[in-house]
Design a protein around this ligand. Sequence first.
Ligand code: GLU
Length: 445
Amino acid sequence: MYDTKSFISELEKRNPAQPEFIQAAGEVVSNVIDVVNDNPIYIKNKILERITEPDRVISFKVEWEDDNHEVQVNKGYRVQFNNALGPYKGGLRFHSSVTLGSLKFLGFEQIFKNSLTGLPMGGGKGGSDFSPRGRSEGEILRFCRAFMTELYKYIGPDTDVPAGDIGVGAREIGYLYGQYKKIMTENTGVLTGKTLGWGGSLIRPEATGFGTMYFADEMLSYAGDSLKGKRIAVSGFGNVAWGAVLKASELGAKVVTISGPDGYVLDEEGISTPEKAAFMLQLRASNNDIVRPYAEKFRCQFVPGKKPWEVPVDMAFPCAIQNELDLEDARQLVSNGCRYVVETSNMGVSAAAMDYLIENRIHLAPGKAANAGGVAVSGLEMSQNAQHLYWTREEVDSRLKHIMKEIHASCLREGMEDDGYVNYVKGANIAGFKKVADAMCQQGY
Ligand code: GLU
């Protein structure tokens, strides 16, 4: 019989100084512990021990030259966590906060997220402590080339298929793909998030944001509610926030905030015009990592140094980075009448905030369910690449919608509590876990 506390304290001893990984593992293990204890086959196959240890961790040095002809050295990683369901799949994050521990948390989350999509994808993650912030185009190109010159050895369309994440968008994927192609002389679906016209899929750029709104739509309609007229706080201003803003206004909701490391923008009129959404993309492309120019351009309020969770809203969508919504924020949101929190960033809600929201019976969607639309459309991009053809926008969108609906149904199936409250966090963890655990049992150690 397993006990969460002793399992996690053992895991912590074996993985010192990786608090985010321990947080992510603690959440999953505490949710699946009863399922494991009730299934002798999972115990016999040591699933918990095996699923919390990555198959492989690759660490490499990235050397490149900046615009002053100075040599720069960064760390590069790829964590190949689990391939029971398919090739390792997951993004690359280029951000100053990247450490091996943070990539292990992301790779671990990716296992269950990818499982929830129902597509044949294992879990992995990679990245670097390189930050594109303040870097020129030339520097980003040279960094990407140097990164791929190491990474290419370990990836392949049937082995491991990286994509974007924070700091890695279509531009970076283009440079990375260009270098892979130069070394390997092959055009394959080795990366997703490619640009349309050379293997990319329609809807991939919007997919995470669209998916999270489709999931929210399901959640609301199950609760007898609707997105129409909802006032929403979004954090971040990158690709994920952009997709969420676009779909929210299409479905009749009003997003009033976006944010950056410099503070948040409060746009009472709603971030709802194509011009406003397009400006978010310009901000990201500028490499400055600040959101203030939005407020200057559209003449609305900018609140420096603060997070958007102090604004009274009906729904909150953290779309930036892990642990961006903490206990204090959760308390403030609830006391302001917010009833829905849709975690769109990976582990955007801290463990204490999550407990508080669940205790208060707030409808809380975990990232691994709500943000799975991104990797789901990556999976669809892989299918299109394997068939050497493109699907229409309608085809991709309807598949994405269907996948998000199915994920919602899985959460309901596994997360319903006695009082009728849907514990989406628990539901997602159990549903995602079972498929991987079964595959691991069937494939042997
Ligand atoms: N980085 C995204 C995620 O966290 C997408 C991964 C992918 O498309 O492989 O799921």
